[in-house]
Structure formats: C-alpha cells, structure tokens
Write a protein that binds this ligand. Structure first.
Ligand SMILES: Cc1cc2nc3c(=O)[nH]c(=O)nc-3n(C[C@H](O)[C@H](O)[C@H](O)COP(=O)(O)O)c2cc1C
Length: 184
C-alpha cells in the first residue's frame, strides 16, 4: 500500500496541552510509511441533528479526513474520568447521519496523557466503549497510560527516554495490528 494515512485525533485543545505535546512526540517517532493527519477539534461546531444532513464546510472536511484515513489514533486527556466533550463531539460528527458511520471498521489505537497517576485510564476505557459501538477495531495491547506532568521540556519536547522507547514499541505493535487487518 505504501504510505498509510493515520488520523490522529487529539482531545487536548489548550495552548499548553500535554496531549498536543504527546502528539508531537508520537509524530516524530512514527514509522516512515505513516502519514499522520489531524484537525483542530475546537473548530468543529457542536453536533446537532438540525444540521447533520447539511453540515458546514469545517465538518465536511473533518468527515473527509475520517473517510480517507486508513486507521485512527486517539490521544485523549482525562476529564472527570471520561473524555473531553470536544473529542466526543468530533467522534459524534463522524458517526452521523444514522447509518453513515464513517468510523466503521477502522483500525484504531488509544493513548493519552494526564497530570494524574492513573494517566487517563478512566478516559481511555470510556473511549474504548464508544469505539466498540462504532466498530473501530482498537488494539488491545499495549496500553498507554501516561502521567506527562514531568516528561516535557519548557519547549514542549519529550525528554523522558523511557517514554520515547515505549512510544516506539507502541508504534511497532500498532503497525502489526494494521498488518493483521490487511493494511500493509
Ligand atoms: C474539567 C477537567 C477535568 C479533569 N479531570 C481529570 C481526571 O479525571 N483525571 C485526571 O487525571 N486529570 C484530570 N484533569 C487534569 C488533566 O489531566 C490536565 O488538565 C491535563 O493537562 C489535560 O490534558 P491537556 O493538557 O492535553 O489539555 C482534569 C482537568 C480538567 C480541566
């Protein structure tokens, strides 16, 4: 297949977002044949059934990104033991109108960073439940729970070597997951 398009869905939208920093590190360590694409989820309007059949351009672009992606990687913060609303909103857009679930059958992965010691465990397991319903084929192992509070430099660069190594291992497993599903 050559280059694989990986839609990287980052649920952190603040300017100092840990999850955006994690995304940067993940992108730098990605396999050479992976092209990581992403969208600023804060630009999407709130989902409403009133506009699902004729959504604005920003949503149409988002849906095209989902359609064109060979696989998806979620990088989520944890908000109150779940995922941020902005991430759920983006997922909901991709699932509608009824019967036109663009997530259907996509291979997926889930990771995330928080300032707490459970490292987004709660958020990721809520997200896995949503993915199961949407028929996203999420890799089971390895899991990626990450307290990122001390892992980045002031410039936002990942400095923690063991996390860098783990990201590379994660990518290797993710690649294997895609291969198992016929994407190679
Ligand atoms: C509304 C809200 C709820 C939060 N809930 C949790 C939580 O349940 N567990 C946790 O570990 N951190 C929680 N946090 C702290 C986040 O882990 C921290 O703000 C993190 O940096 C958010 O990710 P981001 O930097 O990518 O935006 C919460 C933060 C906010 C703003």
């Amino acid at each position: 297949m050559g280059t694989k398009k990986i839609l990287t869905v980052v649920g952190g939208i603040s300017k100092d977002s840990l999850n955006q920093k994690l995304f940067k590190a993940v992108k730098e360590l990605a396999p050479k044949d992976f092209e990581l694409v992403s969208t600023d989820l804060s630009k999407l309007p709130f989902f409403s059934q009133d506009i699902e059949n004729d959504p604005p351009e920003v949503v149409r672009n988002w849906k095209n990104q989902i359609k064109e992606a060979n696989a998806v990687l979620f990088i989520t913060p944890e908000y109150n033991r779940s995922i941020p609303g902005v991430l759920k909103n983006a997922i909901d857009w991709g699932s509608r109108p009824y019967g036109q679930n663009l997530w259907n059958g996509k291979p997926g992965g889930v990771m995330g960073a928080s300032v707490g010691n459970i490292g987004t465990f709660g958020a990721q397991h809520h997200l896995r439940q949503v993915c199961a319903y949407l028929n996203i084929d999420v890799m089971g192992q390895p899991e990626f729970y990450f307290n990122g509070s001390k892992a980045f430099s002031d410039q936002g660069q990942l400095t923690d070597e063991s996390t860098k190594k783990f990201i590379s291992e994660y990518w290797a497993a993710y690649k294997g997951h895609l291969q198992k599903l016929g994407i190679e």
